[in-house]
Design a protein around this ligand. Structure first.
Ligand SMILES: O=C(O)CCC(=O)C(=O)O
Length: 300
């Protein structure tokens, strides 16, 4: 198991680090292939129902979704991890190379936290809107429930294409754990750090090539830079935590992915995972666990 000693040292200093070359083509291939199938199926569906004219066949993973999104934004509907719920994604959440990295940071008792997303950030020329495409400045602690404040939950962000300043990588502010949580507001484009309370520390781009993983703690302010290229900036942002700690999102399913003390506690039941998400997202169950996170809508 690669020890990631230098990465852990840098993380302890900066509270954010880019771990290089964690994942290879065998790790990412099935996930990319799965999104290709999703996009292909969706393109056929939209073409058959007359909602697009050109299914953009023959374009690669980075370009096809852009050509389709430019015709109809519905191409991305249902693509996020908890909606797509594919076997490839479920398996990837247990990926050994990824979990070796996670273990180096939080130890061997690991739970997959349900706060996780797949994103295909469009070129700004196609959709430069703020929000899910271009997230505003926030700390991940700002989007969790107070009950998880003591939990060790880290963000593991990985691109499925090279994420550079040009393609719209994240921008991060290192060294903020000592400053705690900044006040957040529910802004027009989502939860964001109150602009009056942004730290006066220069941000740096978290450039990450395909195979790299950005590791961040929940106090690291980050935002998405605009995508100035002509490709989609595909990425996954996952969170892993110490088993037994509060997830900060009780309404959504978490599960053990690695345990050295109790290996049989690892959940490999794909159908059960799908059912748990279907139940959690059923509108009939909305609000059962109270508000998702602490930031209240700004009063008008
Ligand atoms: O993918 C992005 O650009 C932003 C991701 C993000 O905000 C997060 O992982 O918390």
């Amino acid at each position: 198991m690669r020890p990631f000693k230098q990465e852990v040292e840098q993380f302890n200093r900066d509270n954010v680090v880019v771990a290089r070359g964690v994942l290879d083509a065998h790790d990412l291939g099935p996930v990319i292939g799965d999104f290709e199938v999703f996009i292909d199926d969706k393109a056929r569906e939209l073409k058959d129902s007359g909602k697009i004219t050109d299914p953009a066949e023959g374009l690669d993973f980075e370009h096809r979704v852009v050509a389709l999104y430019a015709q109809n934004r519905a191409i991305l509907a249902g693509m996020d991890i908890m909606q797509r719920r594919s076997k490839a994604l479920f398996d990837f959440l247990h990926n050994a190379h990824l979990l070796d990295l996670v273990e180096s940071f939080i130890g061997p008792e690991i739970t997959c936290n349900p706060i996780q997303h797949a994103r295909a950030k469009m070129p700004a020329s196609v959709d430069g809107s703020s929000g899910f495409m271009n997230v505003p400045w926030h700390q991940d602690i700002g989007v969790t429930h107070e009950d998880s404040d003591q939990s060790l939950i880290l963000t593991f962000w990985m691109p499925l294409v090279d994420a550079t300043v040009q393609t719209g990588c994240m921008e991060v502010i290192p060294g903020c754990r000592r400053l705690g949580m900044f006040p957040h507001v529910s802004g027009k484009y989502g939860t964001e750090i109150d602009p009056d309370h942004m730290p006066d520390i220069p941000p740096v781009p978290a450039i990450a090539m395909k195979g790299d993983v950005v590791v961040m703690d929940k106090y690291t302010p980050h935002r998405g830079l605009p995508n100035q290229s002509d490709i989609a900036r595909w990425s996954l942002d996952l969170r892993y935590q110490v088993t037994g700690h509060h997830t900060g999102r009780l309404a959504h399913p978490d599960f053990v992915v690695r345990s050295r003390s109790n290996p049989s506690s690892v959940k490999r039941d794909y159908d059960a995972w799908c059912q748990a998400w279907a139940q959690a997202l059923d509108p009939a169950n909305a609000g059962k666990h109270g508000p998702f996170h602490r930031t209240k809508a700004r009063s008008m």
